[in-house]
Design a protein around this ligand. Structure first.
Ligand SMILES: Nc1ncnc2c1ncn2[C@@H]1O[C@H](COP(=O)(O)OP(=O)(O)OP(=O)(O)O)[C@@H](O)[C@H]1O
Length: 237
């Protein structure tokens, strides 16, 4: 498979839980600086595939090859890395956003945003400065000292996006990031996610049930019973 201008290539991905197969030989390609929506019925394996692409889960079969942008390092097979190396990759090269509940309640917004930098060894002063710099562009001016419990759902997702992008990752992986928000707030958060990833030149893999959110992506993949059954361009991309 040609790897030019791709950041992630999944090949022959198979996965089972407790002997129950969930993914059957999935192939997919995530192009550089593009957005890819992953749609499909409940239970079709979307989250499992996202977690495998993100290196959270190791697949039972197949490979996930990560090609760092600008080829600044050699390609790595994420599926063969140990848990430490996958965690390091998630901290430095991937940015993850979930539906909710991902922020640490005892930390302020700025501390939550700074966390991936702190875990990568950046000094507290530098990490806080970079986290502060994201408040304004992410629509969180003046909210840096609030704890998650003092923020609205939409504001919490903005903090989660800020945390995902603070390391300027090559790939953003988001699982229903607007699933817990009302429609208008959901679109505002998605506007922000697309704008930020365009500015960074990052790719986005978005798991969503919402056809409008999927249509805003460059490519829409449909997963049915653990198999890719359709690939088409997003209608509003
Ligand atoms: N940790 C787990 N242990 C056992 N079975 C699991 C586990 N996680 C997911 N499954 C099962 O694997 C199948 C695929 O789940 P997955 O969450 O990947 O689907 P999905 O397409 O993301 O679903 P949804 O749209 O409902 O979130 C489902 O049948 C689910 O019950």
């Amino acid at each position: 498979m040609n790897s030019t201008n791709t950041v992630l290539i999944a090949h022959g991905i198979g996965h089972a839980y407790g002997g129950q197969p969930v993914l059957h030989g999935v192939d997919c390609v995530i192009p550089e600086a593009a957005s890819v929506a992953l749609m499909g019925p409940s239970g079709s394996g979307k989250t499992t595939l996202l977690h495998i692409l993100a290196g959270i889960l190791r697949p039972d079969a197949g490979t996930v090859t990560f090609h760092p942008r600008g080829r600044r390092r050699g390609a790595v097979d994420v599926s063969q890395l140990g848990s430490e190396a996958r965690a390091a990759l998630r901290r430095s090269d991937f940015g993850l956003v979930f539906q909710s509940g991902q922020l640490l309640g005892e930390l302020t917004a700025v501390e939550n945003i700074a966390l991936p930098l702190l875990l990568s060894g950046v000094s507290y002063a530098e990490a806080s400065r970079r986290a502060h710099d994201l408040l304004e562009p992410l629509g969180l001016p003046g909210l840096g000292d609030r704890r998650p419990g003092e923020l609205s759902g939409g504001q919490q997702q903005r903090v989660a996006i800020a945390r995902a992008v603070v390391t300027r990752p090559d790939v953003l992986l988001a699982d229903e990031p607007t699933g817990a928000l009302d429609r208008r707030t959901g679109h505002e958060v998605m506007d922000l996610l697309h704008r930020t990833r365009r500015e960074l030149g990052s790719s986005l893999v978005l798991v969503t049930h919402d056809p409008e959110m999927a249509a805003r992506c460059d490519v829409v993949l449909r997963l049915t019973d653990g198999r890719i059954t359709d690939v088409h361009a997003g209608a509003m991309a």
